[in-house]
Design a binder for this molecule. Structure first.
Ligand code: ARG
Length: 351
């Protein structure tokens, strides 16, 4: 079986799943989650339980660095939503490469915007900001086949806050950066520590990936706590489906806990608290970006995240030098690309 078929994911989830769907009916094609689920399958008796999967409602004030990526031409963030992202400074958002690379990613129209400062996608919170993406790049080492170096960087059209000083993450700020720090990520997000370090992931992704269940995307932000999983254990888990776990990946969750990130959470944050007692979000450290899994919340398979402590990942995020994601497309281009994407998805729902 082609490896990549097992890497279930949805860089494009809008329209299909949301109750309020896309006003543009054409965008109902390309249900990557449904397709991925069909391809992945789930062994009998291993139904993934509902609800992120197994998480709870979260406020953007607890995750002020979280943004939603959406296609602005869909009409609203909810209709165009397709991935998560992490604010790293006033004009930059980290995300997964598979959210923005290649045909059909990054919104059906080829345009991407971010929604910052909102717990809900519909309606958006007062004080939230919609900011178009001016340009995007992804790591030149990114492999859509095995998801190595699945990291991208968005440059926003406008700073998310005025002036040089970043908003504090301690107050009531709902938009704030989570600066990336390789040393802290390595020190505080060590997956091989015993006992396992507890991490937190957040997003607006799929809640119920059970086979045969209709896609279920929440409007409100959700978060889930997941133990980091050692490199060796994760490698062993994914060896069963011949998926290499490489140095640009870090794993969390799995076991029989039925908690995981899922389709639509991609590109969003996996954080660890570097302090005891916990004082989130001020002392959060970015450990990873949601990348892929074998389905979602399947017992015995951790979720896989792009590893921030990897020197190459860090270098890319710092310099932003990489492949330029498809430029903002015209409507005509968009139509052509959509067809192509459909064919491509059929072969390989990556990420
Ligand atoms: N690739 C998915 C996306 O684009 C995220 C899948 C995460 N899967 C998991 N089992 N943790 O949204």
């Amino acid at each position: 079986m082609p490896l990549v078929a097992l890497l279930a994911c949805a860089a494009w989830v809008s329209g299909v799943a949301r109750p309020h769907g896309a006003s543009d009916g054409s965008r109902r094609i390309g249900s990557a989650p449904a397709l991925a689920r069909a391809l992945v399958g789930t062994p009998a008796g291993t139904r993934a339980k509902a609800s992120i999967v197994g998480g709870s409602d979260a406020s953007i004030a607890s995750f002020p660095f979280q943004v939603a990526l959406y296609d602005p031409r869909a009409g609203s963030p909810a209709a165009g939503f397709f991935c998560g992202g992490v604010i790293i400074d006033a004009t930059h958002v980290a995300t997964a490469a598979h959210c923005i690379a290649g045909d059909g990613q990054g919104g059906a129209s080829g345009q991407v915007a971010v929604l910052a400062g909102s717990s809900t996608l519909d309606p958006t919170d007062p004080g939230s900001v919609r900011d178009p993406v001016r340009s995007s790049t992804f790591d030149p080492r990114y492999s859509p086949v095995n998801s190595e170096y699945d990291v991208g960087l968005l440059t926003l059209a406008r700073p998310l806050w005025p002036g040089a000083a970043a908003p504090s993450v301690n107050g009531v700020d709902t938009i704030a950066p989570l600066p990336i720090d390789r040393g802290k990520a390595a020190a505080f997000a060590n997956p091989n520590a015993t006992p396992a370090i507890l991490a937190t992931a957040s997003g607006w992704g799929e809640e119920n990936p059970a086979p045969g269940h209709a896609a279920d995307y929440p409007t409100g932000l959700r978060s889930v706590r997941l133990p980091l999983v050692s490199d060796t254990v994760c490698e062993e888990e994914y060896a069963t489906i011949e998926q290499p776990i490489t140095s640009s990946m870090i794993c969390a969750g799995g076991g029989r806990s039925h908690v995981d990130t899922c389709y639509g959470d991609s590109g969003g944050p996996l954080v660890v608290d570097r302090d005891t007692p916990a004082r989130p979000p001020a002392d959060y450290v970015l450990a990873g970006l949601v990348d892929f899994g074998n389905g979602c919340a399947q017992p015995g398979y951790a979720g896989v995240y792009t590893r921030i402590s990897n020197p190459e990942v860090m270098r890319f995020l710092t310099l932003g030098i990489g492949h330029v994601a498809k430029p903002v497309g015209s409507q005509a281009k968009h139509k052509k690309k959509r067809k192509k994407r459909h064919r491509r998805r059929g072969r390989a729902p990556a990420g």
